[in-house]
Design a protein around this ligand. Sequence first.
Ligand code: HEM
Length: 451
Amino acid sequence: MPREREWLTYAKWSEKYGDLVYLSLLGQHFMIVDTYEVAHDLLNKRSAIYSTRPHLTMAGELVGLNLGLLSAPLSSRFNEIRKLLHKGYSQASIRDFWPVFEHDSQVMSMQLLSKDLDFADTIRQYVGTVIYKTTYGYSPQGRDDPKLRWVQKSMHVLSEVTRAGGIWLVDVIPFLRYLPQWLPLMGFKRQATAWRGIIMEGVVDDYKWATDHQNAPSTIKPNFISSVLSDGSSSVALSSYATDVISWAAASMVGGGSEATAGNLLSFILAMALFPDVQNRAREEIQGVVGKGIMPTLSDRKNLPFVDCIFREVLRWNGSGPLGFHMSRQSDRYRDYVIPKGTIMVTNMWSMLHNPVVFPEPLAFKPERFLNDEAACERFGSVIWGFGRRVCPGSHFAEASLFIAIATMLATCVFSDPVDPNGVPVPVDVEYESGIVSLPKLFTCKITPVA
Ligand code: HEM
């Protein structure tokens, strides 16, 4: 299996072998799903078969990531968490969070203009702050806030434990988990215990903070936890099971949303610095609609079609989640093939969003492709949030928090001259890092105030 920017290799395989590529590695079946048509046929239309996640002993069971939604297998607990999130982060509920997104976008833009602050940290602070305020009612105090630091630590755990596809020796030889820690090759057990401790501490502490502080005057309301706790119709009573479900529902949103959103905002800054004409056109649109020196709001979105196109194009061009992973729960027949039970379905969303039939000149950054092209808009919407029962529960949150961040940055900051850490100008065919969340390679750029 490729280890670097896998989605490009998978796209090449698909060009060569067709839109269903099957491979087997150490007895594990994989199916690369490179086109929207196949993803829709299998993952959407047969979602009861294809909506569970691959089982990983080290990451899922020993470190405990199976408890969070992102890696959870299908189960009644999974359904309870999804139900809570469906309501708590619906389009209607997200409207209540608009003031938080608008306020913090302005704070972030002002910080971006401060030369003393690292802009990637500033972006992560914005993302973490809006998630914590709207999920728990907690207002992080600066970038060194302990809860924001926990997000970084847990993201580090996630990236370390899923390195090399998340396959550890114990994933290949599961009985190793029952052997004592002092034996050779058992180092993974100590590592798993340490990582599990980091994850659990944050999940438990954040939920405890939220339940202890809902009546405090400084707590931001409404927030997800306050809505769930005050909702008598919730199907979960406050048993230890309910506490588990609610605390993991909230933590899953912190885990699922942080790095994906930050990655897309970094891509946005890079794209603006690389394509000044696009940047100027968007800024002119904002100034024409809301006025010069006035901050856009989320109510202005419907009047800012070009800025909306930029939002879509950033996610399409080099979105932070190029690949997805589902697993089949039973064997299935599709076309002339049998797909065995337990096959890992690797969805290549990068390929689907670079299909030249729907997105001509797919490698180019061209936000205007979405203007008056319903097919492109529809395909974008059908791919970007994933498939079947795993479709992103944070999509409305992401839309609103990203759009207003982008519009506010455009209204206040000019981005230019992107360079890599050696000072070499970044080329327009930008390189991205591999990993579960794909970020642009390290870069800096000039950030100056809008004149
Ligand atoms: C920046 C934009 C975002 C994009 C493009 C995105 C996209 C996705 C995709 C493709 C999936 C996997 C779907 C599948 O397996 O088929 C996913 C899952 C998930 N996302 Fe997002 N997401 C974004 C932001 C967010 C935000 C802001 C949150 C929370 C506030 C969030 C929470 C989650 C969670 C919890 C899951 C796991 C769902 C499950 O496995 O059942 N995402 N997202």
